[in-house]
Design a protein around this ligand. Sequence first.
Ligand code: C5J
Length: 230
Amino acid sequence: MVLISAQPYDYELPPPGCLALIIIDMQRDFMEPGGFGDALGNNVALLQAIVPTLKQLLDAFRVNGLPVFHTIECHRPDLSDCPPSKLNRGGEGLKIGDRGPMGRILVVGEPGNAIIPELAPLPGETVIEKPGKGAFCRTNLEALLQEKGITHLLITGVTTEVCVQTTMREANDRGFECLMVEDATESYFPEFKQATLEMVRAQGGILGWTAPAENILSKLSKPTSVESRT
Ligand code: C5J
């Protein structure tokens, strides 16, 4: 049995192949000036802190041949998958579909909608295009995970209290054992990140577990220990 030291208690790794890394919305639209996050008045520089840690996790999954799922929040060019309730929100700045310095905001295929180069998906890695905040909303993510026999998810990405938390709640309700990686998720609001981590692991892990990446990397970085878990 391989245990990850986590809160509120140790997280038991499943057999090889049953654990996936979920990377939520590490897109230029959220990470860089001129994108959606910036248009909403946020300091996008705050999100940069997690990139090296997330890259380490991604590399460890790749080296060990473990499944990785990236998501992007995006809409079709005609915005037919963007409900008015989403389209009309926000402040005075650019809205979804408007043209900004990185192309049309939150529209699939535009430069700003791409995943940042440091974490760009490799050929063969799944990218889930999601129109909602949660990665299970109007996507085939649940079917893909079931098809591959995945039962455990490490949840990372941005922003902690919006798309990351929504996805973790959706996954938890669907029976997945989820761990949010504390230093591989970030928010424009540090206090919201902290509150999210606390609410996830409160009440005996009502939504799942949290742990720093190091606790996971120390177990994944030895391919033999991954392979010997039978
Ligand atoms: C937001 C996200 N914050 N990826 N999206 O609108 O969290």
